[in-house]
Structures are given as structure tokens and as C-alpha cells.
Design a protein around this ligand. Structure first.
Ligand code: MG
Length: 458
């Protein structure tokens, strides 16, 4: 798969992001609206998460879209996957004002294609070219677009998920939801209630100051969720990031579930009922491959980023392959029968059915999975690309993969070294069967990196 990430100037793997008012300004939102309206004229659905700067940016974005003659459907506050579903079902394009898991001062834009996927690299480059084009015309009074408010459309998303499941699989099950004061306050509890669950919420009131916890669902931030799970004897607790495309869990013992384990458990469940390919980035634990192998399924790897996973899934299906599941080891799971994007609400709903059809608790299912150890570190350096070039030479005789950065594979242990596209740093990940093996490979990589960096900087 060709990666042209380096050519993108503003957009990262999941849209434009920055500190609101500093990098992510109303002017930029206006220009994105004008560029998008020029590139994808038609009916465009927009929405936002709960951030305090959302109204500022969405109004600027809408002004740009209307000025270029687009009709705007404002879906209000809703999860990104809900807007993706709405666009896929009804509209020509979409734009979501969100900074996903970033802290409250951030905001950004994700562009959604007619099929509900996030806009790919090639189209983003065209969009960025239009951003700097000062000649984009402002339509005359009789050709500017119209705007309608459509906050009710989010109900279609809730219904679309709930109707995929058998009648009330969650009957008798208590679950705790932590939407983190984000847009899933109005969706995930409703979906789980429709499945028959008794739902308790924490951080369940929309609030862009995020008084309960930060938009990134970390083990530290989910202590309140864990306590409620234990106090209520709940089957699980679920938490979302700031735009609810990801879902992470605490088990029935209140223990945070590592996201690769989450992905593996879902994969195991899906492989019970279907055979085919699972698509995931090269950064996902080998655990997923072990689960797939046992079930007679295969794994296809992509560069890091959910957009690459979603597009690979579509590409494989279009060429006659059976793709049963996709996702990342960060709680971003893609259910291809539903839609080709990460969906936190769908993920939570699927766990209800998974547990309802098992005679074991969430924690016992998790502890039955093979155990792996993952190490993740960042190394600060402005020489990321040169460093990887030198590492490629050093490890040329070994089993390596260049899907994204450098992945060094030794038996059932691997290391991944990637240069960040937006910051002066490289990310190092090691995935191993045990801590000792993992640490040994990590230290080896660390030493190679410092040796090479010494040479480069002299
Ligand atoms: Mg997100």
C-alpha cells in the first residue's frame, strides 16, 4: 500500500487537529468549508463533539460550505461514527468538528466521504491544495446553499445498531457507561438500553470542559467507572474517547482491559461464527494473529491509522475476499457488516451479545487469552526518517516489514520503529511473549538508535 502521508501538510492520520484559536482557527475552518464545498458540491452533513470551541468552528465551517453553494444539514452534537452512518445513508459528504481524544483546548475537523469512510490521503492533498487557493468563488445570492437543523438524525444511528442484534440480549445484565461528557452521552446508554441492559452512567452529561476526566480514556481516568462496575456488580464498564469512535473497557472486576486484548477477544468471538480475513495495522499485537490462526482465519496488515484499515477492508472485499473484522489495538474496532469505520457504540453493543452468548464472565474470557507483553516508548529526535533508513541497513539481513516504518520480526517477537509525521520523535513498540524477551529486544533497539543518532548528529 502506498503511503503519501509526507505530502500532507495540515491533515494528519485522522483529520486536522490543533489548539483552538491558535492552530485551529475559525479562518481555517471557513477555508476548509470553502475547499470542501468546491471539491464535493452537494448536500453536506456536519456535526461536532462537545468541545467549548465547537460552535465557533462549526459556524465558520458552515459559512464556507454555504458560500460555495452546498446545502448544509447540521446534525448537532453526535459521535463521529453516527455522522459517518448518516452521511453513508443520505448525503454527499460530511465534516465533523472534533479533536477526538486530544485535551479540551484542542479541536479539529474530520472529513467524511459519501461511503462514510474518512477522506483518504490522495483526496486530502487535493483538498489542501484548494485551501491555499484564494480564487475559490463566493456564489451569488441565488446560488448560495441552504441550511437545515437535523438533530433527530442521530436516532437513526442508535436504531441501526440496536436492530442488528437479537431481541434484548442484555436482559438481566448491568453495564456502566462512561461517555466522558462527550457526544455518546445520548447514544451508547440508549443503544445498550435498547438491548435490554440496565444502564448506569458516569460523566453522562455533555460538557466541553470535561469535568470528570480527559477525552482520552486512560486507566487513571476510568477509576470512577471501575468503582461503579464493582459497586453494581456490572458485567462490564465501557468508556469512549472524545468523539466515541473508540470504546475501551473495564472488566467485571473493575480492571482496565488492555486494548489489544479487547481486540483479540472480539476477534475470537467473530471467528467463531465466520471465516475470513481480519485487517489491522502493523502496530497491533501478535495476539490477534495467534487468535486468527487458531480459528483458521488470516490477518492482513496495513500502515498505522484506522483510515488505512477501513480502506484495505473495502479493497479486499471488492476483490472478492471475505473480510470479517478490522480494527486497531486502541479500542477502535470496525464491523464491516455495519460500516467501514471505527464505532464505539457498535463495539459496546457487540460486547453485550458476546457475553450473553457465553457462560463465562468478561474477566475469565480475557484471562483465557494468550498473554503478551507490549512496550511503547517515544524517542525525541528530529532525524526520524534518516534514523529509520540507517536501521533498515542494519537489520537488512533479518525478517523485516516496511508497511509503515520498520518492523523487525524475530520468531514471535517484533519491534516497530516509526517516525512521527507531525512531531520530532520516533515511536518504538515491542511485542513479545514475556517481559524478559520484550525488554531485551527493546534495549537492543534503544542502543542501535542512540549509536546511529550519535553518528547522524555529528
Ligand atoms: Mg476518536
Amino acid at each position: 500500500m502506498a503511503i503519501i502521508k509526507v505530502q500532507k501538510q495540515l491533515f494528519g492520520t485522522n483529520g486536522v487537529r490543533g489548539i483552538a484559536g491558535k492552530d485551529m482557527t475559525p479562518e481555517l475552518a471557513l477555508n476548509i468549508g470553502k475547499a470542501l464545498g468546491t471539491m464535493r458540491p452537494g448536500k453536506i452533513a456536519v456535526g461536532r463533539d462537545t468541545r467549548t470551541t465547537g460552535p465557533v468552528l462549526i459556524n465558520a465551517l458552515k459559512a464556507g460550505l454555504l458560500a460555495t453553494g452546498c446545502d448544509v444539514i447540521d446534525c448537532g452534537i453526535l459521535p463521529t461514527p453516527a455522522l459517518q452512518y448518516i452521511v453513508k445513508e443520505h448525503y454527499d459528504c460530511g465534516a465533523m468538528i472534533t479533536a477526538s481524544h486530544n485535551p479540551p483546548e484542542y479541536n479539529g475537523v474530520k472529513i467524511i466521504e459519501p461511503d462514510g469512510t474518512e477522506m483518504g490521503d490522495e483526496e486530502i492533498i487535493l483538498l489542501e491544495d484548494l485551501l491555499s487557493d484564494k480564487t475559490v468563488p463566493f456564489k451569488s445570492w441565488d446560488l448560495v446553499g441552504t441550511e437545515v437543523s437535523a438533530p433527530h438524525l442521530v436516532d437513526e444511528y442508535i436504531h441501526a445498531i440496536a436492530s442488528r442484534f437479537p431481541e434484548k440480549p442484555g436482559k438481566g445484565m448491568t453495564v456502566v457507561v462512561d461517555p466522558g461528557s462527550g457526544p455518546a452521552c445520548h447514544t451508547t446508554p440508549a443503544i445498550l438500553q435498547a438491548l435490554g441492559c440496565r444502564v448506569i452512567t458516569i460523566n453522562g452529561v455533555m460538557d466541553g470542559t470535561f469535568p470528570g476526566r480527559l477525552p482520552e480514556p486512560s486507566p487513571e481516568g476510568l477509576k470512577g467507572l471501575a468503582a461503579l462496575v464493582l459497586a453494581n456488580n456490572a458485567a462490564f464498564g465501557v468508556a469512549h474517547d472524545g468523539d466515541a469512535d473508540r470504546a475501551v473497557f473495564v472488566d467485571n472486576n473493575g480492571v482496565f482491559v488492555e486494548e489489544n486484548q479487547e481486540f483479540a477477544l472480539f476477534a475470537q468471538y467473530i471467528c467463531q461464527n465466520a471465516t475470513g480475513t481480519i485487517v489491522t495495522p502493523v502496530s497491533t499485537s501478535l495476539l490477534i494473529e495467534m487468535i486468527a490462526e487458531t480459528a483458521g482465519c488470516t490477518v492482513t496488515y496495513t500502515p498505522v491509522g484506522s483510515i488505512y484499515v477501513a480502506r484495505k477492508m473495502r479493497e479486499l472485499i471488492e476483490t472478492g475476499n471475505t473480510v470479517i473484522f478490522g480494527g486497531e489495538g486502541n479500542g477502535g474496532l470496525i464491523f464491516p457488516d455495519h460500516q467501514f469505520c471505527r464505532d464505539g457504540g457498535m463495539t459496546a453493543a457487540t460486547l453485550v451479545l458476546l457475553l450473553a452468548t457465553s457462560d463465562k464472565s468478561f474477566s475469565s474470557l480475557l484471562s483465557a487469552l494468550p498473554q503478551r507483553r507490549m512496550i511503547k516508548e517515544k524517542i525525541k529526535t528530529p532525524y526520524g526518517l534518516q534514523l529509520i533508513e540507517q536501521l533498515n541497513k542494519k537489520y537488512a539481513q533479518e525478517s523485516v516489514d516496511h508497511t509503515d516504518g520498520l518492523k523487525l520480526k524475530r520468531n514471535r517477537t517484533w519491534a516497530l520503529i516509526r517516525a512521527s509525521g507531525t512531531e520530532p520523535l520516533v515511536r518504538v513498540m515491542v511485542d513479545a511473549e514475556d517481559s524478559k524477551t520484550g525488554l531485551a529486544l527493546f534495549e537492543e533497539i534503544e542502543n542501535s538508535v542512540s549509536e546511529i543518532l550519535k553518528k547522524i548528529s555529528h
